[in-house]
Write a protein that binds this ligand. Structure first.
Ligand code: KIV
Length: 273
């Protein structure tokens, strides 16, 4: 079922992701927040599942990712870990779980690994978080960085516009990518930055880059799964390709069910005991 030779590898590790970059094999990543969806993605050969703090928008109905708590991510990551065994599972560190101090960040990252069974954490930021990242990586906690559009800073930037479109911002993002690599990150997400900048970063740093709205030159791609499956249609930036239109399929099915119940055509005696 959708397996390739690549999918037969038992567990994806951070080392395997590095090999994939080194051999030019693209990394396939998606978000997931529960065991059901994680299991489907495992069956499809997805390499990396991110339990993103996008759970705040997608599942919890918040406007931003800011209200998501460490306990929320622990809850959802535990479920994802139960559903998927082959993909590398990365737990997102929510706003204010890593900004206060490197020690607090370190403790919270440790909790994510110990309590959920995930294999890595992700956090947003560049040189401002490298001290925390070094502590984690030195203690054996794999860290994925996240640069460009960093949604937890929405109130600082005031919009979800593309980042790195002027020279100064592009240079800062480039330098931050180099700093994240030096701090020991095993990969970095590049969100909504110009394709040329993402190419330069991907060419110059050794660790894999995972793009979302960062063009075709990244070493892998990630999308929020509800966007690519067409469950969330009110959010349609240019970088989201819809591979299905599940919203309409689900609506049709639910409306048909409602009709059948109201008309007493469901259940039939064959569907009864
Ligand atoms: O929270 C999330 O889903 C993310 C991805 C969009 C990279 O950070």
């Amino acid at each position: 079922m959708g397996y390739t030779t690549e999918s037969k590898i038992k567990h994806i590790t951070t080392l395997r992701l590095q090999e994939m970059k080194d051999t030019g094999r693209k990394i396939v990543a998606l978000t997931a927040y529960d065991a059901l969806v994680a299991n489907i993605f495992d069956q499809c050969g997805v390499d990396v599942i991110l339990v993103g703090d996008s759970v705040g928008n997608v599942v919890q109905g918040h406007e931003t990712t800011i209200p998501v708590t460490l306990e929320d991510i622990i809850y959802h990551t535990k479920a994802v870990v139960k559903g998927a065994s082959r993909p590398l599972i990365v737990a997102d560190m929510p706003f204010m779980t890593y900004q206060v101090s490197p020690n607090e960040a370190f403790r919270n990252a440790g909790r994510l690994l110990k309590e959920t069974g995930c294999a890595a954490v992700k956090l947003e930021g560049g040189s401002n978080v490298t001290e925390a990242i070094s502590k984690m990586t030195e203690a054996g906690i794999p860290v994925m960085g996240h640069l460009g559009l960093v949604p937890q800073s929405i109130h600082k930037f005031g919009s979800y516009r593309a980042r790195g479109t002027d020279e100064a911002e592009a240079e800062k993002i480039y330098k931050d990518a180099v700093a994240l690599e030096r701090a020991g990150c095993f990969a970095v997400v590049l969100e909504k930055i110009p394709a040329e900048l993402a190419k330069k970063i991907s060419d110059d740093i050794k660790i894999p880059t995972i793009g979302i709205g960062a063009g075709p030159h990244c070493d892998g791609q990630i999308l929020v799964y509800t966007d690519m499956l067409g469950l969330t249609i009110d959010f349609s930036p240019r970088f989201v390709r819809r591979y299905a239109n599940l919203l309409n399929i689900v609506k049709d099915a639910v409306m048909q069910y409602g009709k059948d119940v109201r008309e007493s055509s469901f259940p039939t005696m064959e569907e009864s005991y």
